[in-house]
Design a protein around this ligand. Structure first.
Ligand code: WT7
Length: 630
């Protein structure tokens, strides 16, 4: 692939009036990057030395393409760095978590000492239920402080957590529980969304009917609904906490032991269970939180993601707590009760680092800047973006209306698979709207052709990472073959699945996905999962879904459906199909449009050619259709 994507490289750039970078050894981008290139292993070991280890490593890296082991022989527990280190040091009574409820009325605050105790009690409670190191624990929870407690409680005893976003439906939850063979599911009676209660527990009831691995369900009862528990199988979150001891010895984890599995959508088959390990993931998230966000001890960090996504794992929980920050967590959505809610929270709490997704920014643009103007946002000093390209219009709006033209906008490109930021515009560096930025120190990224040769600046190509990094995924759970594919294209480099273009200064602009993954409002949706939810319905013969550009959500889902004989197309059927996908996968994976067609374009080998549908939909040339069946 080397056709010119004809991307207009915009020379507009923003330089913040002041840089916040202090005089640590890392300093600015260039010297830090050079230092990394001089001796990559020394670079990573210096960072790792800032953290506590039970036993130090023998080797920084063992690289046996495509398998990496980082900090081999080292022993650690990530919770010691997120909690014990602060409690034993001078952050004992520092606020670790501030929680805001969806209704903006309730607030809960937990110091590092309190969080530490809660985590240890919960860890002991898990142990009392028979959970052991290596067991899988599935979390399907609302965003309340107990969610963080449960995550760290698993890590404390070496149980592998697998978090499923609370917006997913029963079938999506079921397939993830079955693939991970989770022994425990942790949930709550309800979560709240725009003032409505969502019955999480009943979704779990449905999801575990044919999931024999599940032995116990832990239920956090937060409402006054008095959800009844079945004695043999279900236990109350706080009841088991009350019965547990206060102190829990951290489990000694090998650097390469798994820390968690997180499912991400693929283009074929079931979702992929991305496996991250303890040592490298800890170093990668700590480093990027500190360096990319320029995190200081006085910072109040707010990442608006949910723990169900990698962004929540890395930049709500592990990274910020490892740096000892005060972390704001909130169940709110951007526009409920009104579109000023997030700015009100920033003013109330004094948030200094704010990290969100372009889709939210575009939603705020729609409502107008008056909402932001009502509040004092002076506490902010760093703004971040993640999930999709931050288009120049949204950049400008964010920069002016939220950052008041004084905060750097840190665009961060990365993936579930990479675990940490890979490409970013660092604090103090020149910003180019539309570009994610440059590979951060520690990362060698490039834009190449299908053989792995670099393409000229200004020409589109495949985005690759050339060398291993500590927080890279180690495998796909139950599917190592699929893992190897990531490292088997484009000259054997790690292929991200994204297309990109680089400019003369080495800034990288992300153009889009090379595969069939659709990104709706920053959430990665696999075409395969939506299609199978459609085909699972009686009237549907075949289905193909594509992503269509959407002003607010980035992309929306359109489905093309062929019907079985005996079924007639019609509005009622459309609504039924959409409703059923919503029930099975959740609202985020729901098609916004359905078109009934007689046939779907396919290759001779029978693969649906979604790009042909997409080209037709958008009035574009479908490109090479030589493999298209008559
Ligand atoms: C895909 C990864 C990393 C957490 C959020 C999503 C897209 C992510 C950016 C960005 C342009 C971006 C890519 C990537 N993406 N960040 N700053 N600019 N595109 O994680 O669900 O694993 O999705 O999100 O296409 O491959 P994910």
């Amino acid at each position: 692939m080397s056709e010119n994507f004809d991307v207009k490289l915009d020379n507009k750039s923003h330089l913040p009036e002041y840089s916040y970078i202090d005089n640590t050894w890392m300093g600015r981008y260039e010297p830090a990057y050079r230092r990394f290139l001089d001796d990559p292993e020394r670079f990573w070991s210096e960072i790792a030395h800032e953290l506590d280890w039970i036993k130090p490593w023998d080797k920084v890296l063992e690289w046996n393409h495509p398998y990496a082991k980082w900090f081999t022989g080292a022993k650690l527990n990530i919770t010691c760095n997120c909690l014990d280190r602060h409690v034993l040091g001078d952050r004992r009574n520092k606020v670790a978590l501030i929680w805001r409820a969806e209704n903006d009325l309730e607030e809960r605050v937990m110091t590092y000492r309190q969080l530490h105790t809660q985590v240890m009690r919960f860890a002991n409670a898990l142990k009392n239920l028979g959970v052991k190191k290596g067991d899988k624990v599935c979390l399907y929870m609302p965003f309340v402080p107990e969610h963080v407690v449960a995550i760290l409680g698993c890590a404390r005893i070496g149980a592998v957590h697998t978090i499923v976003y609370g917006g997913f439906g029963a079938d999506a939850l079921n397939s993830r529980i079955r693939d991970s063979k989770a022994k425990i599911v942790i949930t709550a009676d309800v979560s709240y969304r725009r003032g409505k209660a969502i019955m999480l527990k009943s979704i779990v009831d449905e999801a575990i009917t044919n999931a024999p691995s599940v032995e116990k369900v832990i239920v956090l009862r937060r409402s006054n609904l008095n959800v009844e528990l079945i004695q043999e199988k279900e236990v109350d979150f706080y009841e088991i906490m009350e019965q547990a001891e206060n102190y829990c010895e951290p489990e000694e984890m090998d650097s390469e032991d798994p820390l968690f599995i997180l499912y991400t959508s693929g283009t074929t088959g079931t979702p992929k269970g991305v496996v991250h390990t303890c040592g490298g993931y800890m170093v990668g998230t700590y480093y990027t939180t500190k360096y990319v966000f320029d995190m200081r001890d006085t910072d109040v960090h707010w990442c608006t993601a949910d723990p169900g996504w990698i962004t929540g794992h890395s930049y709500i929980v592990y990274g910020p707590l490892a740096t000892g920050a005060t972390v704001l967590i909130s169940e709110t959505v951007p526009d409920y009760p009104d579109p000023g809610i997030w700015w009100k929270i920033i003013e109330d709490i004094g948030v200094t680092i704010f990290y969100t997704a372009p889709t939210s920014i575009r939603m705020f643009m729609k409502y107008g800047e008056e909402w932001a103007k009502k509040y004092n946002l002076d506490s902010l000093r760093v703004l971040g973006s993640v999930g999709e390209p931050l288009n120049p219009e949204a950049f400008e709006w964010y920069y002016r209306n939220i950052g008041k033209s004084k905060c750097p906008i840190i665009d961060t490109w990365w993936q579930t698979e990479t675990g940490m930021h890979m490409i970013a515009t660092l604090v103090g560096e020149k910003m180019k709207p539309g570009f994610a930025g440059k590979p951060i120190p520690g990362i060698i990224a490039d834009v190449v052709d299908k053989d792995g040769n670099p393409v000229e600046p200004g020409i589109g190509g495949i985005l690759v990472i050339k060398t291993p990094w500590p927080s890279m995924m180690r495998t796909i759970h139950n599917n190592d073959e699929r893992y190897r594919q990531y490292w088997s294209g484009a000259g054997g480099y790690y292929t991200a699945g994204d297309l990109a273009v680089k400019d003369e200064e080495g800034y990288i602009m992300i153009i889009g996905r090379a595969d069939d993954v659709i990104i709706v409002a920053g959430h990665n949706i696999g075409t395969a999962e939506v299609e199978s939810a459609l085909v699972a319905q009686e009237p549907v013969a075949e289905a193909a879904v594509i992503g269509k550009p959407d002003v607010l959500k980035g992309q929306s889902i359109k489905a093309f459906v062929t019907l079985r004989v005996g079924y007639e197309p019609g509005e009622q059927l459309k609504n039924d199909l959409i409703y059923n996908v919503r029930m099975s996968l959740g609202p985020i994976a729901m098609p916004s449009e359905i078109e009934f067609v007689d046939t779907l374009p396919k290759t001779r080998s029978g693969k649906i050619m979604r790009r042909v549908l997409k080209a037709k939909e958008m009035g574009l040339d479908p490109g090479d259709i030589s493999t298209l069946d008559e």
